[in-house]
Write a new protein. Sequence first.
Length: 410
Amino acid sequence: MLKPSLQLKLGQQLTMTPQLQQAIRLLQLPALELQAHIRELLETNVMLEPTEEAESTGTFEVQVTAAEHSQPAERAAESRVEVLEESWSEHGAGPAETPWSGDDEERQQEYADASGQSLQDHLLWQLELARLAPRELAVARAIVDAISDDGYLTESLAEIAQTLRPELECSAQEVQRVLMRVQALDPSGVGARSVAECIELQLRQLDPETPGLATALEIARAHLELLAGREFTLLRRELRVSEEELAAALALVRSCHPHPGAIVSAGAPEYVVPDVFVRRTEHGWGVEINSATLPRVRLNQSYASLIGRNASHATMRAQLQEARWLLKSLEIRHETLMKVARSIVGRQTAFLEHGEEHMRPMILKDIAEAVGMHESTISRVTSGKYMHTPRGVFELRYFFSSQVEGADGA
């Protein structure tokens, strides 16, 4: 027979306090969202007031020397400076965040200044000048209708042939022949059915004697998965080329635009605000928090000094406590961001000095152990935060390898 009894047990349990919840939330907010959040709090909490300049929460500049971490490793990818660009991966395997050339930027501005025409209008205008036979022109128009704004063909050859019936009977082979005419139009790479074809179309516009062209074409046709995974050593082994030959080929691949249609029909560019600046100094690499991203907020001492102990001030006391929590959470956010950025720079000095081929493989666990924090914290800090370096603007998580470490450490 069971008898009721009392038992005393000792144990530890993690309690998610309001302070901790707020600190975690602020930690994962990008700079612009954080500023918007602070503006909302300024409207609802009288214990907070804006400041003209960002309040200092500690020393935000440190020096990192190359001696701290000096082992380079091959890894590649590239990010556009200041402008957020969609990655190749949205259309399949390919180099993540592949940049496009300054010439393309100039051409895009020319298109925008000219008439604000769409990609389809631009292609049709060229077809009219090409003096195609009426039958070819009809097929070409159907192909253009099937091209998306980013320049990719969205329908199969058989589907395009079907749309022409019954007015025009044609085969998929005939559509293919006309498609080749469309793919020769400007912008280069338009009408591609895959990332590989898009790259190949652009590469074939180059002089056949261009150094690295043959290797670049081979990468586009068969090795985009390796390039997307930044497997430089394996890629060089598969291609059987030297480091110099591989570098020349990769430069050609990265000169291609992942979304050729965007050159014509691009909207307004999106800009990112760097959270961290990295500069070369006499003493090594300097890491500094961007003061423009620091919330301009402080405790309203005038209201805080009016609070007494009577019950009528309960609401104001609660707001005062919330204000103090906020300022402490902001301090934690800035210190954590600084620690993580400094650790990343310390491990990636070879990349900063010599280029992306010398990127050191790195996972969240490496930085977590270096700064004494949990991997989930590092994940929050590196997501949506950007670092301005002499080699461009990169999201912090860009510096981490995509591979997941196994239980055996492999």
